[in-house]
Design a protein around this ligand. Structure first.
Ligand code: HEC
Length: 183
């Protein structure tokens, strides 16, 4: 019995010591290019999907009118394109983030461009809440609900023939003005 208790106490001490040692002297991933943690994907992705499935709105309260698509494209250029790119331009740094920011205007396979295969409510949830421990920000304090729906509806319709004005806007390169210029 004493041996068992001694073993138990030792066991209880050794595990935290090993974990502490790993974080202190090991090489846990901290740089973008480091290899992922063991089980990192399972630990992070599964709960995210479960949560989104539970909470995402079933459908969009707005439809893909030319006005909504245009407003969505304006929001997209201002708030999203720097990370997620434009149809003809990749973000310079998206591939050097961990996790990387996916190009949302690239065809993955026939019929699938960016996230148009995700339910519109799932994309809305991601814009609204952001994705923790990634570079994906929460826009709930930056955009209003209509704007978040407009950009979600735009991404849902990325594979359709978009109105000319929307295509033109999305094809214009981004201009980064250093502070102080153009005043
Ligand atoms: C600072 C960079 C950054 C900005 C700005 C940003 N995102 Fe993201 N976004 C990310 C990253 C990084 C991920 C990948 C997260 C992951 O792997 O889970 C992501 C993921 C996503 C996803 C999920 C992609 C997928 O394959 O499931 C969607 C949808 C998305 N972002 C939409 C947007 C929209 C819309 C905006 C603008 C309102 C935006 N993002 C702004 C960095 C950004």
């Amino acid at each position: 019995m004493t041996k068992f208790i001694l073993g138990l106490i030792l066991g209880l001490l050794i595990l935290p010591a090993v974990v502490w040692g790993y974080f202190r002297f090991g090489h846990p991933p901290v740089a973008v290019a480091d290899r992922p943690f063991p089980f990192e994907k399972d630990i992070v992705r599964e709960p995210l999907h479960a949560r989104i499935d539970r909470e995402m709105p079933a459908s969009a309260p707005i439809t893909a009118t030319p006005e909504n698509l245009l407003a969505g494209a304006e929001v997209y250029r201002e708030q999203c394109a720097s990370c997620h790119g434009l149809p003809q331009r990749n973000s310079p740094f998206a591939a050097h983030m961990y996790p990387r920011a996916p190009q949302l205007w690239v065809w993955h396979r026939v019929g699938v461009i960016g996230v148009n295969d995700d339910p519109v409510g799932e994309t809305y949830w991601k814009i609204d809440n952001g994705i923790r421990l990634t570079g994906m920000p929460s826009f709930s304090k930056v955009l209003n609900q209509t704007q978040m729906w407009q950009v979600a509806v735009l991404l849902k319709n990325a594979g359709t023939t978009l109105p000319d004005g929307v295509v033109k806007l999305l094809n214009q390169p981004l201009v980064f003005n250093p502070p102080g210029e153009n005043q």
